[in-house]
Ligand binder design. Sequence first.
Ligand code: ZN
Length: 448
Amino acid sequence: MKITVLGAAGDVTGSGYLVETTSARVLIDFGLFQGEEKNDALNKAEPPFDASKLDAVILTHAHLDHSGRLPLLTKHGYEGPIYATAPTRELTGILFKDAANIQAEENNPLFTLVEAAKTYLQFKDLEFWEAKSIAPGVHVRLRDSGHIIGSASVEMAVEEDGRVKRVVFSGDIGPKGAPILRDPSPPSRADLVILESTYGDVDHPGQQETFESFAKVLTQAQAEGHRVLVPAFAVGRAQTLLYHIAQLYASGELNDLPVYLDSPMAAAATELYASHPELFDAETRELFKAGKRPLDFPKLRTVMSGEESRALNAEKGPMVVIAGSGMCNAGRIVSHLRQHLDKEETQVLFTGFQAHGTLGRDISDGRSPVQVKGQPVEVKARRHMLRGFSAHAGQRDLIAWAREASEDRPRFALTHGEDEPRRALKGRLESELGVDVGLPSRGDVLEV
Ligand code: ZN
């Protein structure tokens, strides 16, 4: 069989793999290239294969860098199934709708809402662990990857010329011991493992110490009347933060700190998380069984309209505002920052990576003034950077996952990582596991 790497090779976006055997063609993920302007051309290019001849598509998880080009398949004649877990399907529906609405403002949108809806109808639910024959000689099984709700690794067994070959696509892997979701479940058998390497070169700070720093900022805000602005990704990060705040309410450390979830998408994603307790880890399931709502607490308010969001500016007293986007380059968080960055009682709490060239990076780097919507704004707010809430496994967890997947001494191919982290991970895997590790480029073909 041949596997063509379609994206996320030497970077972290545009994930996609085309699997071709003597009797079948299957696609794993078809995500957007994000971040730079030149990626627009990559996204709008015709798929480098005949979409109408695919037998099946599998989606590892809902994030747009894995799902965002699926509507292009439909546009290019693909009418077959897109297999994914039910929560991945539901979440992808939410993200497609949002993406189509944003694109509706552009001259030449990648896809329309109607096109995205057509693609959505092609989804077919696949449960974790359910063995499924998806194309002639191609059998798959999804395992939990612990990254966001519904996220999966794909185990694929391909029968060809009387032999069976096994390939594993890790998808995005979450950190061990993170709240809400189960830990990732690595496969044991494979001939080839395609492994993500986003944080292949570093370990995240401990989750407990991150939680303690988070608690300190919030309890202080409650005592001193601070406004805490928290830029956060709507899917995954927002729910992790709500979980931790609910814990602080349950323990009594917080009792009078209003928290505004100022993002309809984060609200929808939170509802979706709450509707899948069967996918929670044991601890969160216990809470749920005891009648507690792990993502809810008395002072949580969801802010839907833009008008309600603007009204928060005039409100006094301590509060937390959680809003997108996670790197402050768009979304409602930008307006909050514009209004409050120049005040000393404002706290800006970063809970994730801030890429170069984003407003979030400028603020977290300590610049002042910063440009917000074309206007200079002086930064008097206090900044906090918490790095331990990542939805991706750090180096140690990636190596542990790879070790479990190495029973058959498979080859590894590292994708979904910039070159520095994936080179670092290659070095560690080769020396510690004695396996061969490749670093494919976009368009490379892996033969199995
Ligand atoms: Zn992801």
